[in-house]
Design a protein around this ligand. Structure first.
Ligand SMILES: NC(=O)c1ccc[n+]([C@@H]2O[C@H](COP(=O)([O-])OP(=O)(O)OC[C@H]3O[C@@H](n4cnc5c(N)ncnc54)[C@H](O)[C@@H]3O)[C@@H](O)[C@H]2O)c1
Length: 264
C-alpha cells in the first residue's frame, strides 16, 4: 500500500530537535522517506545523538548547532545543510520554551522585568521562527517542488496563560507570521501551518513538574483526555502537515492538546 505520509525525499530541518517533541518529529520524518534530516539544537551533543539514532535506523541525518534566535548563525546553518543534503523542503520550527539562555527573572511578573527577560521568550519563539523561515525560503522556492513550513506554537498563544505573557505573545505572533507567510508563498506550492500544543511530557516539562503527581493531577483536570501529550502525538500531526496528504491545508493553526481548549 502507498504511504500517504511519504515525504518524497524532501530534506527536512527540525530546530531544537535534540530532545522532546523535536526529537520525535525528526525521527518521524526520517521514517517516512525524508531525503535527509538536519537535526538542529543549541546543544550539539543532543543533536548528534538524535542524528545517530536516525542513521542507526538506516536514515540520513546531520547534526548542526545553532541558536535559532541568531540570524547569522541560522543563515550559516542553512547554507551548510543545503550544501550537504540539498535545499530544505520541510522546515519545522520547534525550538521554543525559554530558549538557549533563559533569564533568571522569568518567574517574576513581566511588569517587574523588562525587554532583556522578555527576550528569552521572544528571541526563540518569534525571531527564531522568522530567522529560520527567512533563511530557507530562497532554497525552498528554488526547488520548484512542494514545500512545507510547520511551526510549533502553544495553546498559551491561543488561549492565554497567566504568568506566561511574553511566551504567549511570541507564540501568537509566530502563528500570525505563519498565516501571512502562507498567503505569500502559496503560489510557489509552499504551505505554512502551526500546531498548538499543550502539556506534553518532555524533559522541559518533567523538570517543571519535578515528579509531583498532585501538580500533574491538578493540571490534567482541564483536559478532556486526562494524560499529558506524548511527543509522538505532536509528531504525527507534523508529519501529516509535512506530507502531500495535507496539500490543501495552509495558513491554519491546529491544536493537538487532549481537548485542553477547543478550536471553532
Ligand atoms: N512540552 C510542552 O508541554 C509544551 C507545551 C506547549 C508548547 N511547547 C512547545 O513545543 C516545542 C518543543 O518543546 P519541548 O518541551 O520538546 O522542548 P525542550 O525544552 O524539552 O527541548 C527543546 C530543545 O530545543 C533546544 N533549544 C532551545 N533553545 C534553542 C535555540 N535558541 N536554538 C536551538 N535550539 C534550542 C534545547 O537545547 C532543547 O534540546 C517548543 O516550541 C515549546 O515552546 C511545549
Amino acid at each position: 500500500m502507498t504511504d500517504i505520509l511519504d515525504l518524497a525525499g524532501r530534506v527536512a530541518l527540525v530546530t531544537g530537535a535534540g530532545q522532546g517533541v523535536g526529537r520525535q518529529i525528526a525521527l518521524h520524518l526520517a521514517a517516512h522517506n525524508a531525503g535527509g534530516v538536519v537535526v538542529n539544537d543549541f546543544v550539539l551533543a543532543r543533536a548528534e545523538a538524535v542524528a545517530e539514532e536516525i542513521r542507526a535506523e538506516g536514515g540520513k541525518a546531520i547534526a548542526l548547532q545553532a541558536d535559532v534566535s541568531d540570524f547569522a548563525a541560522v543563515k550559516a546553518m542553512v547554507a551548510e545543510a543545503s550544501a550537504t543534503l540539498g535545499p530544505i523542503g520541510v522546515l519545522v520550527n520547534n525550538a521554543g520554551n525559554a530558549g538557549a539562555n533563559p533569564s533568571p527573572d522569568l518567574a517574576k511578573p513581566f511588569w517587574e522585568t523588562g525587554p532583556e527577560a522578555w527576550n528569552s521568550f521572544i528571541g526563540v519563539n518569534f525571531y527564531g521562527v522568522m530567522n529560520c523561515t527567512a533563511a530557507v525560503i530562497p532554497g525552498m522556492i528554488g526547488r520548484r517542488a512542494p514545500g512545507r513550513i510547520v511551526t510549533i506554537i502553544s495553546d498559551a498563544g491561543r488561549w492565554g496563560d497567566a504568568g506566561l505573557e511574553a511566551y504567549a505573545g511570541a507564540k501568537a505572533g509566530a502563528a500570525g507570521f505563519m498565516r501571512s507567510v502562507a498567503r505569500t508563498l502559496g503560489r510557489y506550492d509552499i504551505t505554512a501551518n502551526s500546531v498548538a500544543i499543550a502539556l506534553t511530557a518532555t524533559p522541559a516539562v518533567e523538570r517543571q513538574l519535578q515528579g509531583d503527581p498532585e501538580v500533574l493531577k491538578r493540571m490534567l483536570e482541564k483536559y478532556i483526555v486526562r494524560r499529558p501529550g506524548r511527543p509522538d502525538d505532536i509528531a504525527n500531526m507534523v508529519l501529516f502537515l509535512a506530507s502531500d496528504a495535507s496539500s490543501w491545508i495552509t495558513g491554519q493553526t491546529y491544536p493537538v492538546n487532549g481537548g485542553f481548549s477547543l478550536a471553532l
